[in-house]
Design a protein around this ligand. Structure first.
Ligand code: CA
Length: 521
């Protein structure tokens, strides 16, 4: 085998570096094999650098040398950045490439897989993909979560690593200036926000501070957890959650939600929440921090910690740091947001693939140590070196003005193939402040279990599609009105609940729980 690998490499005129010779066990085919791939995601509509099929990713080149399998771009819908639209185009054209991958493929493969468009992977992975199977054996609930209604699974997902996502941030220098401590519970948070509003912590003599703000307006709902209500059960906003009785319910149809909204509306009326929370948009964090106006937010560790370095010259003493979630009225400290352990992104094998066994082995390659390093860090020796047994980015990668993730996308690493992220990829370029915050959150056991979703059968899907979109629209419409004070949640509540039931809420909950029982019990 070793001889033939070397021979083929020489024939191809490829320059091979020394470590590659030692990796003959990664080779899947003696004779080079080409497979076609659809790879559509927001940052690239096509499999190649920047989406260009003619510009081969360095990672793809290395994978070819290691495995003998090369992927050739056959992406549909290149003119659109909408991956759903691209998938519909692909399915409509009838001829499917060997591999169908990219963003949000879970729903289509779980819908069309049981109808025969994609190959069920359960037995194939058991037989030919020991590294993927080992992952499932260690994470059986994640396997349940990606399975279709027929009990099979049809794609290998992108599996994120690392637990923490968003955290609570506060202007510590404002606290210090006003002689206040970090708020430990909902009452103390109210006191601090009120002081931020009234006591001129930015010192300009004007009452211009915005105590609580968020660049995603949905983060106003995160305050619900302070009154023991929920805003979502997953890393997606407004999602269902699993309650203490192991039933799937929606947070916006619970009694605690009424109490939470009532209090949020009160805080809004008191000027503690950005009056433009629903309209200010994604630049609000940049704007309110750089103008020395924003006091508290709930946002991602990595990006939010960057403001201290960015603003230290502009705003003397600026110190925006993570603090523990304030305890709720019943004394619960909860960080409701966490990274999902499993994404709807990844890749699947189409029914037209004539090399299913080789393709499954190829999928498994990305879960070997070498494949995992390649998919996370790029090509060894080019973007990283092994230092003390750990893949370590080269200084020029870490010190570049371009973010590491953007650099990786151009290498062909961190793209939504089916792969297992390695958090150390991100840890290496996460600021010391953020790492300190993560350690604080880690030490306080703040995370709760996530609802990982269900796969409907055809009838359940029809019920969900018929009722849910208009129910959610109605919920959000009422929510916004209540928070803005154009309605009174207390007075409206019974009518709201009857409206939800008239609109089919109970029917949706019923199919949700049927699917949930089937999938997870
Ligand atoms: Ca002021």
């Amino acid at each position: 085998m070793r001889k033939s690998t070397l021979f083929l490499a020489l024939l191809a005129g490829t320059v091979m570096t020394a470590p590659v010779y030692a990796q003959d066990d990664l080779r899947i085919v003696d004779k080079p094999l080409e497979l076609t791939i659809h790879m559509h995601w927001p940052r690239a509509q096509g499999y190649g650098v920047g989406g260009s099929p003619n510009d081969v990713y360095p990672v793809e080149q290395a994978a070819r040398e290691m495995t003998g399998i090369s992927l050739k771009d056959a992406t549909a819908g290149r003119n659109s950045t909408d991956s759903y639209e691209a998938m519909n185009l692909l399915l409509a054209q009838g001829k499917l490439p060997d591999i169908v991958g990219g963003n949000r493929i879970q729903q289509p493969v779980n819908q069309y897989g049981p109808e025969g468009a994609f190959v069920p992977l359960n037995d194939l992975v058991k037989e030919y993909a020991p590294h993927i199977q080992a992952f499932w054996d260690a994470h059986p609930d994640l396997l349940k979560a990606i399975s279709a209604a027929d009990g099979n699974y049809y794609y290998i997902p992108y599996l994120p690593d690392g637990k923490f996502g968003r955290a609570w941030y506060i202007r510590q220098d404002w606290l210090d200036k006003l002689g206040l401590e970090q708020p430990q519970n909902v009452e103390e948070l109210h006191t601090v926000l009120t002081a931020f509003r009234n006591d001129d912590p930015n010192g300009n003599g004007r009452k211009d501070e915005i105590p609580y703000f968020a660049r995603d307006w949905e983060e106003v709902n995160r305050l619900l957890t302070l009154w023991d209500a929920r805003s979502s059960g997953s890393d997606a906003y407004h999602d269902f959650y699993v309650n203490a009785d192991d039933k799937v319910v929606h947070p916006y149809a619970q009694e605690a939600y009424k109490t939470g909204i009532k209090n949020i509306a009160q805080w809004y009326a008191e000027g503690l929440i950005d009056p433009e929370i629903f309209t200010r948009g994604s630049s609000s964090r940049d704007y309110l921090l750089s103008e020395n106006l924003g006091g508290v937010t709930h946002d991602w560790f990595a990006s939010t910690s960057g403001y201290n370095a960015a603003l230290k010259d502009k705003i003397p003493g600026f110190n925006f740091i993570p603090f523990l979630p304030p305890a709720s009225v019943s004394g619960v400290r909860m960080e409701e947001h966490r990274r999902t352990p499993i994404k709807p992104d990844g890749w699947a094998i189409s029914y037209q693939n004539q090399h299913v066994e080789e393709t499954v082995k190829y999928f498994d390659f990305w879960f070997t140590e070498e494949g995992r390093n390649l998919s996370n860090f790029g090509v060894e020796g080019k973007t990283w070196d092994m230092v003390d047994g750990k893949p370590t980015f080269k200084p020029e990668v870490l010190n570049s003005t371009s973010p590491v993730n953007s650099q990786m996308y151009l290498e062909g690493a961190q793209i939504p193939r089916g792969y297992w992220m390695d958090y150390s990829y991100e840890e290496q370029w996460t600021s010391p402040e953020a790492l300190k915050g993560i350690a604080l959150y880690e030490a306080n056991d703040l995370l709760i279990d996530q609802f990982l979703g269900v796969a409907f059968n055809e009838e359940e899907q029809a019920v969900y599609d018929r009722y849910w979109p208009s129910i959610l629209t109605y919920m959000l419409e009422r929510q916004q009105a209540w928070i803005l004070g154009t309605g009174d949640v207390e007075a409206d509540w019974d009518g709201y609940m009857s409206a939800l039931n008239r609109m089919g809420y109970d029917k949706v909950i019923e199919v949700m729980n049927e699917a949930y029982q089937r999938q997870y019990e």
